[in-house]
Write a protein that binds this ligand. Structure first.
Ligand code: K7E
Ligand code: CUA
Ligand code: CA
Length: 649
């Protein structure tokens, strides 16, 4: 910053900018020969024309109608949106309706800011190779869902899958940090996941105990080089993970593949759509059949079978596996699974908030199939001969239907990938039409989105408390909607007001690739902590006086604390070849007072939040002086917050 820059800060910046923008907008209009537009513009007292930059503080006319969706400076959003970040491997948190990005939670990726994949604590969660580096450094998060108590989010945990390496992560909602990661045995392409919404077996337990996980890619089991050329030996597994221990409880061997997963509100069923009932290993083969399926799992029967020991195991894993293949589950009275035929290559299965219906869309069919929960249960009781009769509606809704969200008035909102639209349709009307009522009309409204939507979801729509206020369309392409930033475009999460009869597009939120799937959660459900408790960390350096260098042969422990704007050690000495563990405890108790710790040339960087302890281990293989400095701006003397690491030759 030069002295000139500092001087310009004295003039209120808004005033100058506003003047400039108004003039520029007018010049732009007259330059284009739009004299009519210009006079209209004058009447509205400089309301910005479409395409012209709008000046701060002058939202009027067309822009003004969106005012009620704006969150003024200093005010808070009504909802959180928790979003999987796709192949970034992380989870993001946004405020809704503003679209403000509030946080990124590193999960399956590396993150130098917080030190994820760098600190010993994060590596213990991620798992490591024998050389101490993280086992995997890539991740692909697809679906986020929170823990439930009796059908509504309880604010305890969030779960997210990693498609690429078949892992499930748990995020604590009080700190919004990942605390456990489980790798599912014998699963490749772990795609859909859903927490159960109540315990199906013990009626006294209302809270989430299970997380269901669908394996998408069928592989030889075990996948150790045998049977690679025999596709008939390829199978998928549907896994249940205990949400408390994060250990896999059981797996179900199935034909075909799992894709998305849904769980029922009574805890009795879990469902997965199957697009590859053909068991094709080549692209064309997966589209050969006219009908694929939605596969239902009878959770109580599976758990009984596991208890009774009717299980096998697959080499390399101790997790009990039950047989859910079609050939072994023909008798409804004993079946663990029920196959409901659904038109061509469905994608997405979602349950309505009243717990009655699943919507499963045929990606290559313009339909959404409505499956009645109670009729699937009837099939399991032997009272419904044909599982296809559990389908009670199949409205034609548009091209490329994928995912469905629900409001609190019986309407469904489905993303249409090929049509680039959201279609609103009424479930009860669709059922009437399916029964032959000529006057029934399923489709209520349509709205264009920009462009090619993937997931779409309603506010609180995955809970009994669905409130019918907002829908977000997570789009796969943004093309011309934002300032160009090179070949990799921003992606869009478009906010739609669904509270009225007509859907109304109210905001384009730009998102860094990729806004894969999200949930919108009422803010009162989330209760976070502002600081840690020092006692939670076994390694905590509780008193700055405990600081120092502690040597045990070549193994050296350096203990230090931070308190703005200093570290407890001004310097510390090591010898070349030492295996060093640095333990840093942040003694600041002030909300938001985070410090960092970076060591040049040693590739170490992490932060410690108030009252938090973190550690790193490395070999001091480079002699010299290394200024370890605070990376997180914390104090007027932040730049002075350093300690000197001296590595003696
Ligand atoms: Cu949720 Cu894309 Cu992973 Cu549909 S899947 S879009
Ligand atoms: Cu401590 Cu910057
Ligand atoms: Ca198919």
């Amino acid at each position: 910053m030069t002295q000139d820059d500092i001087k310009t800060l004295d003039t209120p910046p808004d005033l100058g900018r506003r003047k400039f923008l108004n003039t520029a907008a007018l010049v732009g209009l007259s330059g284009a020969g739009l004299s009519v537009g210009l006079s209209a513009c004058n009447k509205k007292e400089s309301a910005p024309a479409a395409g012209a930059p709008s000046a701060q503080g002058e939202v009027k006319g067309e822009v003004g109608e969106f005012g009620k969706y704006e969150v003024p400076p200093g005010q808070l959003d009504d909802y959180y949106s928790f979003s999987s970040g796709g192949h970034s491997g992380e989870v993001r948190i946004y405020g809704i309706p503003s679209g403000r990005e509030l946080k990124r939670i590193p999960v399956f990726n590396m993150d130098p800011l917080v030190g994820w994949g760098i600190t010993n604590e994060s590596k213990a969660i991620l798992g490591t190779k024998p050389n101490g580096t993280p086992k995997y450094t890539t991740g692909d998060t697809h679906h986020v869902h929170q823990s439930y108590t009796d059908g509504v989010y309880d604010g305890k945990y969030m779960f997210v899958n990693d498609k690429i390496h078949g892992r499930l992560a748990r995020i604590r909602m009080d700190t919004m940090e990942c605390d456990k990661i489980t790798e599912l045995p014998n699963v490749q392409g772990f795609h859909g996941t859903f927490t159960d919404k109540r315990d199906p077996v013990d009626s006294k337990i209302n809270y989430t105990t299970r997380v269901f996980c669908g394996g998408e890619f069928a592989i030889p089991l075990p996948n150790d080089g045998r049977d690679v050329n025999d596709p008939t030996k390829y199978k998928s597994l549907f896994t249940c993970v205990d949400s408390n221990t994060m250990e896999p409880r059981w797996q179900v061997l199935i034909d075909g593949n799992c894709d998305l997963v849904a769980s029922s509100y009574d805890g009795k069923l879990a469902a997965t759509n199957q697009y590859n009932t053909e068991m094709g290993v080549h692209y064309e083969d997966m589209m050969a059949a006219e009908m694929d399926a939605c596969l239902f799992f009878n959770v109580a029967r599976i758990e009984e079978a596991v208890k009774a020991g009717k299980v096998t195991t697959i080499a390399g894993s101790k997790v009990p596996v039950v047989d859910g293949t079609r050939a072994s589950n023909k008798d409804p009275k004993t079946a663990l699974t029920c196959t409901v035929p659904i038109p061509k290559n469905p994608h997405g299965v979602n349950i309505s908030p009243d717990g009655k219906y699943y919507a499963c869309s045929g990606k290559l069919s313009p339909t959404a199939s409505v499956i009645e929960h109670d009729l699937v249960l009837k099939w399991f009781d032997g009272e419904l001969a044909n599982p296809r009769d559990a389908v009670v509606a199949e409205p034609e809704i548009g091209l490329g239907p994928l995912h469905t969200g629900f409001d609190n008035k019986g309407n469904a909102y489905t993303t249409l990938f090929l049509d680039s639209q959201i279609v609103k349709w009424n479930v009860a009307e669709a059922i009437k039409a399916y029964k032959g009522d000529k006057n029934a009309k399923a489709v209520v409204d349509r709205i264009d989105v920009h462009y090619q939507p993937g997931h779409g979801f309603t506010s609180m729509g995955e809970t009994k408390d669905s409130d019918g206020k907002y829908f977000i369309s997570d789009n796969k392409f943004s093309k011309d909607r934002f300032l160009p930033v090179g070949p990799l475009h921003a992606e869009t999460a478009q906010l739609i007001d669904i509270s009225g009869d007509k859907m109304k597009l109210v905001a384009d939120h730009s998102v860094y690739s990729e806004p894969h799937d999200s949930i919108i959660v009422r803010r009162d459900i989330i209760k976070t902590r502002q600081i840690y408790n020092m006692d939670e960390f076994p390694l905590a350096v509780k008193d700055p006086k405990e600081s120092g260098v502690f040597r045990n042969g070549k193994k050296v422990t350096v203990k230090l604390t931070s308190q703005a704007p200093t570290y407890s050690l001004r310097e510390f000495k090591l010898k070349k070849g030492d295996e060093v563990t640095i333990i840093l405890t942040n003694h600041d108790k002030v909300e938001d007072l985070t410090h960092g710790f970076g060591i040049p040339k040693y590739d170490i960087q992490f932060i410690v939040n108030p009252q938090e302890t973190k550690s790193v281990t490395f070999i001091a293989d480079k002699p010299g002086v290394y200024w370890c400095y605070c990376t997180n701006f914390c104090h007027a003397l932040h730049l002075e917050m350093r300690t000197r690491m001296i590595v003696e030759a």
